[in-house]
Design a protein around this ligand. Structure first.
Ligand SMILES: N[C@@H](CCC(=O)N[C@@H](CS)C(=O)NCC(=O)O)C(=O)O
Length: 230
């Protein structure tokens, strides 16, 4: 049984979606990042980066959401596009694009828009600009293709869904209108039973994650605040 270390945040939710899509049996294990559970020695032995998600599958330990998606594709053979190496090249390109572009820039946009103690216009503008630029590229791609890779639903769509469903938080509610093709795919995925099950994992297993974003949460998640390195 796969052990799935998770919270309700965007990166773990991509993996929850894939686990639900594949039907693999898994045991969800909550890691409450607002309480600092990501920094315990036990969890750091699984993910030295101290972030969710991570999985333990027998003697395989995998961390980083997109690495886990690839691992599960290879393990199950599900959602693996035919026509390698062409389609595989496409898959790797778009997966890395989502992993290194869409995710981090959306995350930093959320941080500087909602969590930074001061509103730094330069930072808000830079991350919103870059997040939008990435979504515009995805939007154009989805204007020509139903799905991100090989015209079939797969892990790049799942990786995108993790973050893109939060476009209103990362950029603002009005941005859906700018990216109608992204919205079309997000809505289609969100309507899938696997997506509903992924979002319901914590309720199904009665995992109560801390809701308040208080001083304890800031200390656990924004550790740069207590350490001057620049
Ligand atoms: N590159 C990593 C990023 C993981 C990540 O940033 N996870 C967030 C939740 S979406 C987290 O654990 N945050 C807690 C923290 O930063 O302390 C991935 O894709 O899995």
């Amino acid at each position: 049984m796969i052990k799935f270390y998770y919270s309700g945040a965007p990166n773990p939710m991509k993996v929850a979606l894939m686990l639900e899509e594949t039907g693999l049996p898994y045991e969800p294990i909550p890691v409450d990042t607002r309480k600092g559970e990501q920094h315990t020695p036990e969890f750091l032995a699984i993910n030295p980066n101290g972030k969710v998600p991570a999985i333990v599958d027998g003697d395989a330990t995998v961390f980083d959401s997109n690495a886990i998606l690839l691992y599960l594709v290879e393990k199950t053979g599900k959602f693996l596009p035919a026509n390698a190496p062409k389609a595989r090249g496409e898959l790797l390109s778009w997966l890395m694009f989502v992993a290194s572009g869409v995710g981090p820039f959306s995350g930093q946009s959320v941080h500087f828009r909602h969590y930074a103690p001061e509103k730094i216009h330069y930072a808000v503008n830079r991350y919103m600009y870059e997040a939008q630029r990435h979504y515009a590229i995805v939007n154009e791609r989805l204007g020509k293709h139903k799905y991100m890779v090989a015209d079939s639903y797969g892990i790049v769509d799942m990786a995108l869904w993790g973050w893109a469903r939060l476009i209103p938080t990362a950029l603002g509610e009005e941005y859906w209108a700018k990216f109608p093709n992204v919205k079309r795919l997000v809505d289609e995925i969100s309507a899938r039973p696997a997506a509903k099950a992924a979002l319901a994992v914590k309720d199904k297993h009665q995992h109560a994650f801390k809701a308040e974003f208080d001083e304890e949460a800031r200390k656990a998640m924004f550790r740069h605040q207590d350490e001057k390195v620049a």
